[in-house]
Design a protein around this ligand. Structure first.
Ligand SMILES: N[C@@H](CCC(=O)N[C@@H](CS)C(=O)NCC(=O)O)C(=O)O
Length: 213
């Protein structure tokens, strides 16, 4: 049993989307980051960084409970544990990890800033709005180029797609028109149609349908 500590955010949704796809049973623990629950000692004991998501695998290495934070690390762990959505070795494995790390260092933090300045605090910091939106568009362009003539970012549907997709699902918040990036749009729609994505998107609670361009 995997305990998932989560909230209704892009980084959080990666984990239920993986677990639904891999058909792994899990238990939910809501961490309301709006009311500061991420700073409660019981959550800090699992995630010293006070950010969602985090998991506790009750049957971790050595059969003992194992706590893990950082969504990229969690996806690699779950991919290895289940043997699903992450190749075991060789070039294909490193391609998946490469694009997973691209998401962790690029779209995650940069589009996060776009949400902050362009959606939630519009007009307060024009320099930041311009800087992060420009970087956001650059990242969409990188993804669009990568997806030219290819169905998924690596060889097959993988934890890299699962990590990137929830950030693209906020295209409206980001004021980004997916029609400008036709390969991203096609990839986004293909993944959105997966039953596990539809289900995982609504965890830990239903915030409305998956946004469609
Ligand atoms: N690199 C981390 C980022 C996690 C993160 O930024 N989580 C946000 C929600 S998406 C959070 O918990 N924010 C609460 C806060 O900043 O206090 C990961 O991918 O797990």
């Amino acid at each position: 049993m995997i305990d998932v500590h989560t909230w209704t955010t892009g980084n959080s949704r990666k984990i239920p989307i993986f677990l639904e796809e891999a058909q792994v049973p899990y238990r939910l623990h809501m961490v309301n980051i709006r009311t500061g629950e991420q700073f409660k000692p019981e959550f800090v004991a699992i995630c010293p960084n006070s950010k969602v998501p985090a998991i506790v695998d009750q049957d971790g290495p050595g059969g003992k409970p194992f706590a893990l934070f950082e969504s990229g690390a969690i996806l690699i762990y779950l991919g290895d544990k289940t043997g699903k959505l992450l190749p075991k070795e060789g070039e294909k494995r490193y391609r998946v990890i490469e694009w997973l790390m691209w998401q962790m260092g690029g779209p995650g933090p940069m589009l996060g800033q776009v949400h902050h300045f362009v959606k939630y605090n519009k007009g307060k910091a024009p320099y930041a709005e311009e800087r992060y939106l420009k970087e956001g568009h650059r990242l969409y362009k990188v993804l669009n180029t990568r997806l030219e003539g290819r169905e998924f970012v690596a060889d097959r549907y993988s934890i890299a797609d699962i990590a990137i997709w929830p950030w693209i699902s906020r295209f409206e918040w980001q004021t980004i028109d997916l029609k400008q990036y036709p390969n991203v749009k096609r990839w986004y729609e293909t993944i959105a149609a997966r039953p596990a994505v539809q289900k995982g998107y609504k965890v830990p609670k239903d915030m409305g349908p998956v946004p469609m361009p």
